[in-house]
Each structure stands twice: as structure tokens, then as C-alpha cells.
Design a protein around this ligand. Structure first.
Ligand code: 26V
Length: 819
């Protein structure tokens, strides 16, 4: 399809007529937005079909990325960019009297993720398509994404995120590709022709309906697929015994129980023990995804014996680890393979990424619950476990404690990480230090047993969304200076390094930062009624609210700064605007207290006439991908201050670096590799190292009261948590107690002096304007390694063994020839 400006206008007008029976004048903004998406989707569809045809025809290996979260954010703007029709579209709409930016802002965020893990999956989809890789996503089409956060009287209040209420323009329901997923019931065995055969009976069937979303690569004709599954009840009248036919109420109850599977995304929470629905979700999408992939493969190839040479399946954290026993089930029960062959194919297909070492986040399921919900899968996990433990016994005869610590089923639980390691050919961490901690500590026994499975793949982010799209002016300046090659080869950003000290370039860079800060400043004023000064340092910490990420350390430092300003109003500091955003899991009381602490501090500081413009604190509600796209380009300082060893990688840190913010951070996660790229003069590092933190953990922690008693600045701010800032001693009790009475698990007080010193360094560096700008430019210049294009190429070569498949759209080439 040739989509020049006139053709676009025509298509838009016709679409509006056929979809809504309206003219442009009579159409609402929502009508116009939906129409635009529909025109863009039509344009993608041809390339989508072409991509699938060419993948089939060339029979190259494909990869399916299984993830319980895909945090896509908005797609209109990135689709226009990737399809290279943005300017045409803007002009055409302009001639019709329609503003493109306004329509872009109509799009709801697809917030189908909690944070880093889900956003990483979305960046990977963009990079796979942009690097010509035949790679697709498989997940759940949650009716409600992560809750919408409102701040009311300083507290977080959660509202349902009804993102589908006006329909979703990018998805296509493929009802004919639906499959059945089975829960509960019993397993009966029978020996048929000498073979033990398993029959799953009296189960509850659930219909899994796929919704496909096209994922366009950057200006390259590739359109991959993200398949999200929705749970529906199978029509009444079909034959299953637990369904009480003719009973209307039971039918309705059953229907809503089934649909609840894809109803809502679970927030990262301290799992209060087994949640059946979550386990159902995990099995639901994995089973549906595998059935679709295997069915399609069999239809094309007739046999599954070469499956692992043609298909790779990636398990994003342990949530999809049931893909391992589910694939065995399909191969053994449905395809009649024997165990050894099925195991060989399965374990050569699956690879697994670990995303956290926090012990409370490692998934395990009570055996009784698992067995009742997934009786056949349980038997298979049991068999995997027995065979695995037998091998361990051969290697470590008599070492029961080691074997028990590695078993897949032990002490009444199914351990999902153990299952994932045993059933995959590759296990990777997400930053060098994280992988080392996995190998040497958390999974040391597994590493000893399977040394060659373990490898590192440092995370990345798509520089197209996070720089080209989110910060178009900076992208323009960069292209003016070094040409556009960085868009395809992000390490070419390194050519900017020679401009780091160039005063003309510095001023242009500073001008863009200023403008982004003004835009964000206006937004803050509109939302919160707080006036912030764009000349002040914009110091930003935006991410999930978690104890280990240490928003509390940031807050205590602001309190300390405030106290010092009260004592000495002439204290020589650069005015600062501290910006926070992030959601707390609804059941995580401590994290909710942090939010209340920030908003309480903001009310005190922002309304103190003695402080004036020197200090401002803002908490922006409902952090999301689209809010991040506005905040990050406006940041001067990026706070990456997790307790060392606790943040597996971080990816926000990379987005800030790309946009020329200077990081104040610990030697944790990818911060370490960022420092290695840009050099230690361009990042401000403080605090305990991971080795020090881990050594403290091994010796039962440190005595936080010593810090409290010996440092008067610490004492003052901690006391203020109990009285002074709070409405009463109960208000911030969990935070206060964690610091003083529960031994400060995340070393907030221990790192406080180093952090305060690092913050003064930020202050003095910012005053040396040229030096600061050189640091900021060096950050952007050295950020290329943190593009997810690099990451995804490493996965493709090192793990999946897949090759790029260049999609050719002959029509485009004909058009080109005619030009
Ligand atoms: C889950 C939970 C659940 C229980 C309560 C505590 C807790 C803490 C963290 C998590 C997150 C688990 C998985 C995750 O999102 N990890 C993040 O993955 C990112 C992408 O690899 C990485 O950059 C982040 O450092 C890592 O935290």
C-alpha cells in the first residue's frame, strides 16, 4: 500500500465514515483517534502477513518470548515512527484540521506489567523486530492492568485500570485459533499395548482465545507478533461433568470463575502464600501458547523431532516455567513420545532468565495446591524431580542436605527456579554482577552442577522509544552532529564524545534540557499546583516503591538538607527539585508509608516561606511508561541508590543515561557497567559494595543503632520520623522501626554519610556548568551499549541461535524503482 499524504487523507476520511458513520466535523476525539489507529493498523497488516509468509517460506528458527508481563505503554507514536509515516501523517491530519499530538495523548497505556521485568519484555519486542529477528511474545491479555494510583491526602489509593473500556485498537481477536486449557480433575492410568498411558478426567476446561498485536520493526518491513491470551468459558452444552447443566446460577458463576483467570495483573507483592489464581494464570498462558506453537509446527512439518532446531522458547523469570512440564505433557500424552525423547526436545528448547535474588521474590507453590489444580503436570514435575535428584545422588552420594537444597519438590513446595534451571539449556542473569552473585551464591550448587548453562546478558532499553521518540529535540541535535547512523547502530553515539567539551554543543544540549524541564515544570504545576524552577537541579527517583530501592535514603537526605537550611538560611546550595513517582504494591504497608512520607515532606518543604525556591519536593501520581517518557528527558540527576547486590540490573538507570542525566548511585546492577563505559568521572558513586553488603548478611547484619547514636544528623532525621514530621508516632512506625529495631536490612543509615557527601558533590559539580554539561553529554555518548538491540543480539547469538530474516516488501521496491 502506498501511503502518501493524499492517500492517507482519503483512507482516514473513508475509515471514519465506515467505522462511525461520521464526517470529520461530527467525530469526537476518540472517534478520530480510533480511526487513525485503524488506518495505521491496516497499513501494518500487509507487512505483517508478508513477514509471516517469509518466515514460513524460509523455515528459519523462530523464538517465542514467554512473559507474564508486557509493559507496552502507548503504541501509536512508536508505530508511526517505526513505519516511517509520522511526518506524512502529521501533515495529512493537519490539513484535515486535526492535531496528531492530541490524538497520541488519547491512547491509554497498556500497563500490563509491574516494572522492570515487564518493560524489558516490551523493549525486547521492539529490538527483535528492529534487528530483523523472527521473535514473538506470548502473554496474558489482562482485562485490568496494574492499578491506577491516585494520591489522596498524601496516601496511595488504588483504582482499577480499565484500559480496555473503549476497545483496543492494536489487537486482532483470532477466535479460530482458540485452544482448551484444563484444570483440576483426576489422572487415570491404563496400560495400552504395553505403554503406561495417562488420561486426564473430570477437569474444568477453559477456552484460551488469542489476541494478536503487530510489532513493527524500525523502518524495515518486519512485523512480528505479540500474542496475548484471554480466558473464556466454553459454550454451555459441551460435555464436562463438573458443569451442572441447566443450572443458570451455576453457569454464571462458572463463567465468571473462568474469566477471572485473565481478569487482573497481580501486583508484585509479598505473596501471602499460595494464590491459586496466579498459578492458574501461569499455566493458562503457557499451555495455550505451547499448544498454538506446537500445533502450527506439526501442521507444517509433520513431525516434532527437529522442533528444538527450529523453535526456541524463552522463560522470562520463573512465571512461565510450567512450559517445561507442559511441553513434556504434549509430547508424551498427545504425541506418544517416550520420556527420553520428549525431555531431550524440551530441554533443548527452553532457556530461562532470572531477574531477582531477593529471597522473598523466589516463587514456590504448595504441593497440595499444585497437585489439585494441575494433577497431570504435578506427576510430570515429580518425575523430573526424581530423575534430577537421582543424578544429584550419583554426583553427591550421601549429601542429603545439598540434594534437598536443590530439589524441585522439597519441604512441601514446588520450587519454580529449580524447575527452570533443570529444564533449560541456558540460565542467564541480567547484569554482570547479578550473574556473578547467582553463580557464586544464590545458585552456587546449580552452577557447580551445570557450569556451562550459566551466562550473563546485561539488560538494555530501546533507544528508539527512550531517546528518538521521547526526546525528539535531543535526537535531532545528535543527528545534526554525528548523522543518523546511531539510530541503527546505537554505539555510534560514541561519536558524540568529541563534543562533550565543545561549548557550542554544550549550550545546545543545555537548551534542550531546559526546554524539557520547562515542559515538565508546567505539567507539575498543572497537576500539583507547585511552581518549580527550571533552573533548579531536577533530581529524579522514579521506579517501584520498595525498601531495597531505598527511597527512604533519598528522603532522609532531603530532610537533612531542610534541617540545615533552617539552621543556616544562607547555606550555599543550588536550588533543587526532588521528583518522585512510583507505585507501591497494595498490600505492602511499608512502601505505602514511604509514599506518605514523601508527600508529607513535600507539604512541609513546599509551603515553608523560609525555604522559598531552594527546595521543592514533588510526588507525581500514577507512574507509567508515558509518564516516564515525559520525566526522564527532563532529569539532571538520576537516583539509582539501591542497597548494593539487591537490584539485579535496573533499566531506568539506562534511560536516564541515554537522556544525559548524571547518575548518583551505588555499585549495584548495571550501574557498574555504566560506570565502566563512561568512566568514573562521569558518574557519582557512593556507599557499600555488594561484597560488603553480602558479608554483613552472612554475619547477621550490622548494628544500625551505632550509626544513630554516633551521628547527630542521622539522629535528628530519624527522630523526626517519629515526631516532628509525622501526625503521630504510628504514622511512619514501620520505617522508623526498620531503621532502628530491625537492624536496617538495607543499610540506609550505614550509607547515609556517604550519600550526603555524594549529594554535596552533585551540588558543586552542577555549579561548574561546563564540567557538568560535559558529564551529561558523556552519559549520552556512552549509552549505546545499553540499547536492547545489543542485548537482543547477544540472546540471539549466544542463547537462541537464531539468525536475522530480512523481510522484503516487493511493492516498496517497485515504488522505489519508479521514483
Ligand atoms: C518481586 C517481588 C515480589 C515479592 C516482594 C518483593 C519483590 C521484589 C521484587 C520483585 C521483582 C521480581 C522481578 C523483577 O521485576 N525484577 C527486575 O527485573 C528487571 C529486568 O531484568 C531488572 O532490571 C530489575 O533490577 C529487577 O528488579
Amino acid at each position: 500500500m502506498n501511503l502518501d499524504k493524499e492517500a492517507f487523507k482519503q483512507a482516514f476520511i473513508e475509515k471514519l465514515q465506515t467505522m462511525y458513520g461520521k464526517s470529520i466535523e461530527g467525530a469526537s476525539s476518540l472517534d478520530r483517534y480510533t480511526t487513525l489507529c485503524s488506518v495505521v493498523r491496516d497499513y501494518m497488516c500487509k507487512k505483517w502477513i508478508l513477514t509471516n509468509q517469509q518466515y514460513e517460506a524460509r523455515s528459519e528458527k523462530q523464538i517465542y518470548y514467554f512473559s507474564i508481563e508486557f509493559l507496552l505503554g502507548r503504541l501509536l507514536s512508536s508505530n508511526l515512527l517505526n513505519l516511517n509515516i509520522r511526518e506524512r501523517c502529521r501533515e495529512a491530519l493537519g490539513e484535515l484540521g486535526i492535531n496528531l499530538g492530541e490524538l497520541e495523548n488519547m491512547e491509554p497505556d497498556a500497563g500490563l506489567g509491574n516494572g522492570g521485568l515487564g518493560r524489558l519484555a516490551a523493549c525486547f519486542l521492539d529490538s527483535m523486530a528492529s534487528r530483523h529477528l523472527p521473535g514473538h511474545g506470548c502473554g496474558i491479555r489482562y482485562k485490568y492492568g496494574l492499578f491506577e494510583q491516585k494520591i489522596i491526602d498524601g496516601h496511595q489509593v488504588e483504582l482499577p485500570d480499565n484500559w480496555l473500556k473503549d476497545g483496543y485498537a492494536w489487537e486482532i481477536r483470532k477466535a479460530d485459533r482458540s485452544v482448551e486449557v484444563r484444570f483440576g480433575g483426576q489422572v487415570r492410568t491404563e496400560t495400552i499395548k504395553g505403554r503406561l498411558t495417562y488420561f486426564h478426567e473430570n477437569y474444568e476446561p477453559v477456552l484460551a482465545v488469542p489476541y494478536d498485536i503487530p510489532i513493527a520493526g524500525y523502518q524495515n518491513d518486519t512485523v512480528n507478533t505479540l500474542c496475548l491470551w484471554s480466558a473464556e468459558s466454553i459454550n454451555a452444552g459441551s460435555d464436562y461433568s463438573s458443569f451442572n447443566r441447566g443450572d443458570y446460577l451455576k453457569t454464571v458463576e462458572y463463567k465468571s470463575a473462568v474469566e477471572s483467570i485473565s481478569h487482573i495483573l497481580y501486583p508484585d507483592d509479598r505473596y501471602p502464600g499460595g494464590m491459586v489464581l496466579r498459578l492458574k494464570q501461569e499455566y493458562f498462558f503457557v499451555s495455550a501458547g505451547l499448544q498454538r506453537i506446537i500445533r502450527h509446527y506439526k501442521a507444517r512439518h509433520g513431525t516434532l523431532s527437529d522442533f528444538a532446531d527450529k523453535v526456541a522458547i524463552h522463560i522470562n523469570d520463573t512465571h512461565p516455567a510450567l512450559a517445561i512440564p507442559e511441553m513434556l505433557r504434549i509430547l508424551i500424552d498427545e504425541e506418544g513420545m517416550d520420556w527420553d525423547e520428549a525431555w531431550e526436545i524440551t530441554s533443548n528448547t527452553m532457556s530461562y532468565t532470572n531477574h531477582t535474588i531477593l529471597p522473598e521474590a523466589l516463587e514456590k507453590w504448595p504441593v497440595d495446591m499444585f497437585k489439585a489444580l494441575l494433577p497431570r503436570i504435578y506427576l510430570l514435575v515429580n518425575e523430573i524431580n526424581e530423575r534430577f535428584c537421582r543424578k544429584l545422588w550419583e554426583r553427591y552420594p550421601g549429601d542429603w542436605s545439598k540434594i534437598a537444597s536443590m530439589a524441585i519438590i522439597s519441604y512441601g513446595y514446588v520450587h519454580m527456579a529449580h524447575l527452570a534451571v533443570a529444564g533449560s539449556y541456558s540460565v542467564n542473569g541480567v547484569a554482570k554482577i547479578h550473574t556473578e552473585i547467582l553463580k557464586k551464591q544464590v545458585m552456587r550448587h546449580f552452577h557447580e552442577f551445570y557450569p556451562r548453562k550459566f551466562n550473563n546478558k546485561t539488560n538494555g532499553v530501546t533507544h528508539r522509544r527512550w531517546l528518538l521518540n521521547a526526546n525528539p529535540q535531543l535526537a535531532g541535535l545528535i543527528t545534526e552532529a554525528i548523522g543518523p547512523s546511531w539510530i541503527y547502530h546505537p554505539t555510534d553515539l560514541g561519536q558524540l564524545q568529541k563534543y562533550a567539551g565543545d561549548s557550542l554543543f554544550q549550550e545546545q544540549f543545555a537548551g534542550i534540557k531546559k526546554k524539557n524541564k520547562e515542559d515538565l515544570g508546567r505539567f507539575i504545576r498543572e497537576k500539583l499546583g507547585v511552581a518549580v524552577d527550571p533552573a533548579s537541579i531536577f533530581d529524579v527517583q522514579v521506579k517501584r516503591i520498595h525498601a531495597y530501592k531505598r527511597q527512604v535514603l533519598n528522603v532522609l537526605h532531603i530532610m537533612d538538607l531542610y534541617n540545615r537550611l533552617k539552621v543556616n538560611p544562607n547555606l550555599d546550595i543550588v536550588p533543587r527539585t526532588f521528583i518522585f513517582a512510583g507505585k507501591a504494591a497494595p498490600g505492602y504497608i511499608y512502601a505505602k508509608q514511604i509514599i506518605k512520607l514523601i508527600t508529607t515532606l513535600a507539604a512541609v518543604v513546599n509551603n515553608d516561606p523560609g525555604i522559598g525556591d531552594k527546595l521543592k519536593v514533588v510526588f507525581l501520581e500514577n507512574y507509567s511508561v508515558s509518564l516516564a517518557e515525559m520525566i526522564i528527558p527532563a532529569a539532571d540527576v538520576s537516583e539509582q541508590i539501591s542497597a548494593a547486590s539487591r537490584e539485579a540490573s535496573g533499566t531506568g538507570n539506562m534511560k536516564f543515561m541515554l537522556n544525559g542525566a548524571v547518575t548518583i548511585g551505588t555499585l549495584d546492577g548495571a550501574n557498574i557497567e555504566m560506570r565502566a563505559e563512561m568512566g568514573e568521572n562521569n558518574i557519582i558513586i557512593f556507599g557499600l559494595t555488594a561484597d560488603q553488603v553480602l558479608a554483613y548478611y552472612q554475619n547477621g547484619g550490622y548494628k544500625s543503632q551505632d550509626e544513630y547514636l554516633s551521628n547527630p544528623r542521622i539522629r535528628t532525621v530519624v527522630d523526626q520520623l517519629a515526631c516532628g514530621l509525622s501526625a503521630g508516632p504510628e504514622e511512619f512506625k514501620d520505617i522508623y522501626d526498620s531503621l532502628l529495631y530491625y537492624n536496617d536490612e538495607y543499610f540506609v543509615l550505614k550509607d547515609f554519610p556517604a550519600y550526603a557527601a555524594a549529594q554535596s558533590k552533585v551540588d558543586s559539580l552542577f555549579q561548574r556548568r561546563r564540567e557538568w554539561l560535559s558529564m551529561a553529554i558523556s552519559n549520552t555518548a556512552q549509552a549505546g551499549r545499553f540499547s536492547s538491540d545489543r542485548t537482543i543480539s547477544e540472546y540471539a547469538i549466544g542463547i537462541w541461535k537464531i539468525k536475522p530474516v530480512i523481510i522484503v516488501d516487493w511493492d516498496d521496491i517497485d515504488l522505489w524503482n519508479k521514483k
